[in-house]
Design a binder for this molecule. Structure first.
Ligand code: SF4
Length: 487
């Protein structure tokens, strides 16, 4: 049976798919690590478990990794002074609670025969376990359980002569999602897998070149957005300039559609589109597909806000803040009370009762994963006196797991994998429930979905995975080790 935990320390955020990771790299500026720190601050939403920075200075690599947020760990003079150099890469990471800690924090670093090699990855390899078993048999000794380390061992065992070719050689053996920043004595390398699952953008700050998961990280350091790193492209930056390589067989890209729904920050530009505007368009499509006659459109803060604005504008129904979020409640503050009266969710999010009482509302959220959040939300609105509580979701039902760098619960815990929409409506106790259609979602992006060859990865809604899932398919035949996604 699906149950809810009233003491969930994440409040309403506890029932989300968890992005992944964020990466940032810079070449050609004094105090490079200081810029990386700022960039990682802007990417903090992509991973809050651990952060790390590796810099390169006159033949020496310097590295610092820490559990927790960027703030407090990296915005310290002693740390930044230690990370000397005009080139650096950084990483923020998320993994499931209780997973291995600092040894999987990135950037990972190894002294190879040709020199140091530091790597930060956003994404998840779908054949990492198979490759690791082979490497293990050949004598490789792994220091972490991260899939990213597989790339290091493949680079180390490549017979090509320079780092770029060795990395290319390694990447030709992996499957799945990777947006990488790699720091070597030969330069800073950024690359994106041929399907372009995860974003990676390129910018300029004076003479310096920057790569980042999202444009917000360029904004925060005052850099100018140049372009996206193309799917299947490797870009090498060093003091000789910028060179681009396309060593992989060309395939139609399949960028993750969920970046537009939830993962990316709304003030980012993704695939050349404003994430904020796309989310508003999704809300407008949702209003056209699933109208409802209510007093107010109420967003689930914060991620439901742009779609709710779009829904309100398209429907003409007033947009109102019916749920107020406290930004001052930390994870550690909320503790279960012994008598059960202290409900964590109310500490972080509270109903605006004066507004809601006696009114009919439509709640707009970005997604339903386990459904635990939706149950709490609807009850919170009813407790505040709402006459009718309808729910509209700015994504199709999430019915499948992600294997490309997003932490999804096992399929049995995905509400939409267990119930149809009517059953879900009853489960969350809403007066009505509707999701945007997959076609409507593509329309909001200005596209028409090609069912034979979708333009994006939408596998968590459709089950149409763009790659073979080697590790999943071979699960019963290999080791019991479960690799931690790099994300
Ligand atoms: Fe994105 Fe879903 Fe595809 Fe994962 S399965 S890459 S979350 S669209």
């Amino acid at each position: 049976m699906l149950t809810t935990n009233p003491f969930d320390p994440n409040g309403l955020d506890g029932d989300k798919l968890r992005e992944e990771c964020g990466v940032f790299g810079i070449w050609g500026v004094d105090n490079a690590a200081g810029f990386v720190t700022l960039g990682l601050h802007a990417l903090q939403h992509r991973g809050q478990e651990a952060a790390g920075i590796t810099s390169y200075d006159a033949g020496q690599f310097h590295s610092h990794r820490a559990m927790g947020h960027v703030a407090g760990n990296f915005d310290r003079d002693d740390v930044i002074r230690m990370l000397a150099g005009r080139a650096a890469i950084g990483h923020v990471r998320y993994s499931t609670a209780g997973g291995p800690g600092i040894r999987n924090a990135q950037p990972l670093f190894a002294e190879l025969a040709e020199g140091g090699f530091a790597i930060g990855q956003n994404g998840n390899l779908s054949n990492a376990m198979k490759l690791r078993r082979t490497l293990n048999r050949q004598g490789s000794i792994f220091q972490s359980t991260s899939d990213t380390e597989v790339i290091i061992h493949l680079v180390a065992t490549s017979e090509r002569s320079n780092m770029l070719d060795r990395l290319t050689d390694a990447l030709k053996q992996v499957e799945g999602a990777y947006s990488l920043v790699v720091l070597t004595p030969e330069g800073l390398i950024a690359c994106r897998d041929p399907l372009g699952f995860r974003p990676l953008v390129m910018g300029k700050l004076g003479e310096a070149t920057i790569f980042a998961s999202e444009t917000v990280a360029l904004d925060v350091v005052g850099a100018r957005y140049l372009r996206d790193v193309e799917p299947g492209e490797l870009v090498l930056v060093n003091d000789d300039g910028i060179r681009s390589f396309s060593p992989f067989e060309k395939v139609a890209p399949r960028p993750c559609i969920f970046e537009h729904i939830y993962f990316s920050r709304p003030d980012s530009i993704a695939d050349g589109m404003s994430v904020y505007e796309v989310r508003k368009s999704i809300g407008a499509e949702l209003a056209r597909e699933s109208p409802v006659d209510v007093d107010y459109v109420v967003p689930v803060p914060d991620s439901g806000v742009p779609a709710a604005i779009g829904y309100a504008q398209a429907s003409g129904i007033p947009f109102e803040l019916g749920i107020i979020r406290s930004h001052y409640v930390g994870r550690t503050f909320i503790q279960p009370s012994h008598d059960g009266r202290l409900q964590g969710v109310k500490l972080k999010h509270n109903a605006n009762s004066a507004l809601i009482d006696g009114k009919s509302i439509v709640l707009i959220d970005d997604s339903i994963v386990r459904g635990t959040t939706s149950v709490k939300l609807v009850q919170m609105m009813r407790d505040a006196g709402a006459r009718e509580v309808h729910m509209r979701i700015a994504s199709p039902p999430t019915r499948h797991c992600c294997f490309y760098g997003v932490d999804t619960p096992e399929r049995a815990k995905l509400l939409a994998a267990q119930m149809n929409v009517d059953q879900m409506r009853d489960y969350i106790n809403a007066d009505s429930l509707a999701f945007i259609s997959i076609e409507g979602l593509y329309r909001a992006l200005g596209e028409e979905r090609d069912p034979a060859q979708p333009q994006r990865c939408d596998a968590c809604f459709t089950g149409a995975y763009p790659t073979v899932l080697t590790d999943l398919n071979e699960k019963d035949g290999g080791s019991s080790l479960s690799l931690v996604a790099s994300r």
